[in-house]
Design a protein around this ligand. Structure first.
Ligand SMILES: [Zn+2]
Length: 63
């Protein structure tokens, strides 16, 4: 049995998500576009709260 990370799948269509930003939302880009804006805001805010304490390293100095 594979004990590495389980693939994250889209909550709408079940496709395996490969893009980390899609994984963060639990939705592929196409499905995220179809989501009601209020729900997308809720998801994004919850993801931001859940990861707010994680240290981040940035490769560049843009932003
Ligand atoms: Zn999808």
């Amino acid at each position: 049995m594979n004990t590495t990370e389980m693939p994250v799948v889209c909550r709408r269509c079940g496709r395996v998500l490969l893009d980390p930003r899609s994984v963060a939302l639990g939705l592929g880009p196409g499905c995220a576009t179809g989501l009601r804006p209020a729900d997308l805001d809720t998801l994004a805010a919850a993801a931001a709260r859940a990861t707010a304490q994680l240290p981040l390293d940035f490769a560049g100095d843009e932003g």
